[in-house]
Each structure stands twice: as structure tokens, then as C-alpha cells.
Design a binder for this molecule. Structure first.
Ligand code: MG
Length: 297
């Protein structure tokens, strides 16, 4: 199943759609529920969604406007830094720290967060305020949505905690992130810099998220291409590390890192400009398509 959050005159509403491969882009409304309240219901929530999909009146996706599947997360979006070997090397090299040969891969996952208020709709405008940043960059990532919360989750049990998957563009203001004294949090949290969606694919539809291709295109030009199999810390290892002494909650969102090909590590460096269209695609999930728009023209 696919689960969507969409805009209505009275606020966000929840919908359920058939699995992606059906090609059926109709949806049924799940009244009186939000994505977070449905996820918190666990298996009972999925059962409500299945029944509604089977019996509810269907509407066309073309008549509505999608929001991020979780437009207002309960807390920050958890993120992994340098979780793909090639990206880890290109980042170190671009910062002149180490030659690719000398670069050691991280021994533990590197966690940071993006503010929940940075979340943007799957086709939302990414604002570019050039008085703040001239180095807005792209990062296609597989997003993991937690179902069952927990603390000290062993990796063998970790996949039981996954509710589903989405796509995240971890848009990053590089000079804020790096040059302004290492302001990782702020460089990753500017308004609109977390496009998410277009939906959540439930884990039953995608039981094994390894081997999914990820691509990012800017103005139709391929910039990033990788596979989720190249994660240094896979989802079970990530959840085990993250939940050590830290209680994860149902509905938590985890962006699992980006493959190589980001703008700042290219020669010469490239960044997003006013009018650019950035597309992030993850196989078996879909595409985010966002336009960059200058805010201070
Ligand atoms: Mg990232």
C-alpha cells in the first residue's frame, strides 16, 4: 500500500492507494486519522487502511495536492552523514582533508538532525535566499519511517520496527554547514530544505529495501546514482546504533544518507540556482520533483 497526506480546505487529510506496481493512482480517504495516528495504531492501523482501500470510494490523485506524508514530524528528522563509502570519500577530498586513499570510513554511524519545520511537500518550492546561502546542494536519500518505537533495539529485531519508506532530499546549505564554524544543524535545517514523499510505501510492499537504485537529476542531468546496498550502516545497524539509550518513537523519520555525486564535491563545485528543477528518485518508491526559487529577488 501507499499512504498519502494531502491538502484540503480544512487541513491535511490521509489517503490510501494500491501498491505502486499496480499503476492504479486512485486513493480512498481515511477519515479522522493522520499519518502519525495511523502509524501509532500499529497492525490495527494497517488493517483499517487495507479495508478502506478495498471498500472505500476512490478519488483521482490528479484532483488533489500532496503534502509530505508526515508534514509535521513529532520531532526532528534523524539523518546519517557519510553513510555511503563513495560519498564519504568525495566529501573528505572536497574539503581537502584526506586523499581518497587515506580516507577512513566511519566506524560508527554519524547522526545529525534536520528541523521538522524544514519538511517540504514532494513538489514544493525550495526557497533560495542568497543573503543566507549561495551553496544550496542536493542529496537523494531513502527515508525510513518507524512504526513501533523502542530503545536498545537489537539489529536482528530492527526491521520489525520499520513501518515503511519514503524519499527525502536532504537539501544542504554547504557554507552554513561547513564554513560557518561547522553549523551542521543549521546548514541542514533552512525552511523548505527537507522535501519528502511523494508517499510512504508500507514495509509489507517493500520487505527488503536493499539494492534499490537512487538517482538525483538537476534540470534532467543525472548528478547522483547509487544503490541502497552501498550503505555503510544498513537499516538494522542504524536502528541498533541510534536506539542505544535513546528511545525511538513511532513515526520517527530517518534519512539514511546519500550516495556520491553531490554538488559541492564536483569539479568545479555546483550548486542549485533560481529556477532549477531537482528530482530525487528511489526505485520502487517514486520521485520527488522540486523547483528552486529565489526568495530575495
Ligand atoms: Mg544527507
Amino acid at each position: 500500500m501507499r499512504l498519502i497526506t494531502f491538502e484540503t480546505s480544512t487541513g491535511p487529510a490521509l489517503g490510501v492507494m494500491p501498491e505502486l506496481k499496480s499503476g492504479d493512482d486512485t486513493f480512498a480517504v481515511l477519515p479522522e486519522l493522520t499519518m502519525l495516528s495511523l502509524i501509532a495504531l500499529g497492525e490495527a492501523g494497517l488493517e483499517i487502511a487495507r479495508k478502506t482501500l478495498a471498500s472505500g470510494t476512490r478519488q483521482s490523485l490528479s484532483n488533489i495536492r500532496l503534502l509530505a506524508p508526515i508534514p509535521e514530524p513529532r520531532r526532528n528528522v534523524f539523518c546519517l552523514g557519510w553513510n555511503y563509502a563513495e560519498h564519504s570519500r568525495e566529501a573528505a577530498q572536497a574539503r581537502g582533508k584526506l586523499s581518497p586513499k587515506e580516507q577512513k570510513l566511519p566506524e560508527r554511524p554519524i547522526f545529525f538532525t534536520k528541523l521538522g519545520t524544514a519538511v517540504n511537500r514532494p513538489d514544493g518550492i525550495i526557497p533560495l535566499d542568497t543573503s543566507v546561502t549561495n551553496q544550496l546542494d542536493w542529496e537523494v536519500e531513502l527515508g525510513v519511517i518507524l512504526g513501533l518505537g523502542g530503545k536498545n533495539i537489537p539489529r536482528e529485531k530492527a526491521m520489525e520496527h520499520v513501518f515503511g519508506y519514503t524519499i527525502i532530499n536532504d537539501v544542504s546549505a554547504r557554507e552554513v554547514q561547513v564554513s560557518h564554524g561547522g553549523q551542521f544543524f543549521k546548514g541542514k535545517s533552512l525552511d523548505g530544505t527537507c522535501p519528502m514523499g511523494p508517499w510512504i510505501i508500507t514495509a509489507d510492499e517493500l520487505p527488503d529495501p536493499r539494492g534499490l537504485s537512487l538517482r538525483c537529476r538537476v534540470n534532467d542531468e543525472l548528478k547522483q546514482e547509487g544503490t541502497t546496498s552501498d550503505m555503510i550502516f544498513d537499516i538494522p545497524a542504524t536502528l541498533e546504533w541510534l536506539s542505544r539509550g535513546l528511545t525511538l518513537l513511532s513515526g520517527d523519520v530517518i534519512a539514511t544518507g546519500t550516495p556520491s555525486g553531490v554538488g559541492f564535491a564536483r569539479t568545479p563545485p555546483e550548486f542549485l540556482r533560481d529556477g532549477d528543477t531537482v528530482e530525487c528518485e528511489v526505485e520502487r518508491i517514486g520521485i520527488l520533483r522540486n523547483q528552486v526559487q529565489a526568495e530575495n529577488r
